[in-house]
Design a protein around this ligand. Structure first.
Ligand code: ADP
Ligand code: MG
Length: 367
């Protein structure tokens, strides 16, 4: 029986923990929030800040292996428990900073959007000059769900940005026109690598809304995304899980960003694949052979945000028998907060999308 420590107590930790417990592991989580989603299902909760190195050491001392469910762990904390982290710290540090992440991708020949580093007002002007409008300015650290991003689509947007600009580290990126957003999740152990089927992702207000699998793209495109993920995972000696967000543009696939952990766009695997991303992650950590990632059925994953909870409750008894409910145990249904998701299994994607439309929980029209 293995003892697993998870830095972070959110929904990704909770779903890792549920898989780990199924395989007989014990789970301890470190998170500052009482009753955090993962703490509700873990054997033990160390209630501490992520900057609390002593508490991280305690977690490590009680665990055979430690993993993380989010990437903003300080270097000090991660390095203090390095020997218990099979995933290492290097990829974690590279993906914590958008400029380092772009450099890593470029080093391995992966295409990224044209970008500039911005550390001053002067560099912001230079970025606009070189990239042209439209472009997006992203904070180099701590961004998620579109937070810390400014899209500049006109001269007046730029003037507004100048008024509010505060000196920090940013990356400015050319705003790309894309046909679709895709993602691919790859898990690697010391012995083998496995890739999950490519997901087609639809965002609303920069927050993931739908993951559609199989993605509605040509086979050659999906194959290329899978091959890219595999090659990259091997090149960087990945251990554990990596999610790669992609744009499908007229010029082919462009990498948007990386996440060194299971990802929202992989939640569909919980019910639609032979092995889920969480099970696979745990398998890689505890030395089990990796599972098969075969897709068993078409699926659409749809996120339940705070503003969708009441409507979900109203539709509760009408959900289709093939709709799998995942709720994360969060009490406070704030707007934009990820409360859960549904995996809608169906014989075809149009059928699953029709079910979403019928439910009417999400006001946006499904395209
Ligand atoms: P986050 O860390 O918040 O997920 P992303 O870089 O993935 O940040 O940006 C969020 C969303 O904004 C993307 O999923 C995409 O829809 C849009 N976006 C980000 N960068 C670009 C870009 N260069 N061109 C066009 N759309 C973009
Ligand atoms: Mg993203």
């Amino acid at each position: 029986m293995k003892h697993i420590g998870i830095l972070g107590g959110g929904q990704l930790g909770r779903m890792m923990a549920l898989s780990a417990k199924q395989m007989g592991c014990t789970v301890a989580t470190l998170d500052p929030t009482p009753d955090a989603p993962c703490a509700q299902v873990a054997d033990r909760h160390i209630e501490a800040e992520f900057s609390d190195v002593e508490s991280a050491r305690l977690l490590a001392s009680e665990s055979d292996v430690v993993t993380f469910e989010f990437e903003n762990i300080s270097a000090e904390t991660a390095e203090a428990i390095d020997e218990k982290l099979p995933q290492g710290t290097e990829l974690l540090f590279q993906t914590q900073h958008r400029l380092r992440e772009k450099a890593l991708l470029s080093t391995h020949g992966l295409p990224v959007a044209p970008y500039r580093s911005v550390r001053s007002m002067e560099e912001l002007h230079e970025a606009k000059e070189k990239l042209g409008i439209p472009f997006v300015l992203k904070t180099a650290r701590f961004g998620y769900d579109g937070k810390g991003q400014h899209v500049v689509k006109s001269e007046s947007d730029f003037a507004k940005l100048l008024e509010t600009f505060e000196v920090d580290e940013y990356v400015a990126e050319k705003w790309l026109t894309f046909e679709k957003e895709l993602s691919v999740i790859v898990v690697r152990s010391e012995k083998e690598v496995s890739v999950f089927p490519v997901s087609e992702n639809v965002h609303e207000n920069n927050i993931l809304h739908l993951s559609i699998v199989p993605a509605r793209v040509e086979d050659a495109t999906a194959d290329e995304a899978v091959a890219l993920a595999k090659k990259f995972a091997e090149a960087i000696n990945l251990i554990g899980t990596l999610a790669i967000e992609l744009f499908l543009t007229q010029d082919g696939l462009i990498v948007n960003e990386l996440a060194p952990r299971p990802h929202n766009s992989g939640h569909y695997t919980l019910d639609a694949c032979e092995t889920s991303q969480f099970e696979q992650h745990v398998r890689a950590l505890i030395g089990l052979p990796l599972g098969k990632t075969t897709l068993l059925t078409p699926v659409v994953m749809v996120n339940i945000l705070g503003e969708h909870v009441t409507a979900l409750e109203e539709e509760w008894s009408t959900l289709s028998p093939r709709t799998k409910v995942h709720l994360y145990g969060k009490k406070d249904a704030k707007r934009g907060r990820k409360m859960g998701h549904l995996n809608i299994l169906a014989d075809s994607i149009p059928e699953a999308l029709k079910e979403i439309e019928r439910l009417g929980i999400w006001k946006e029209k499904v395209k």
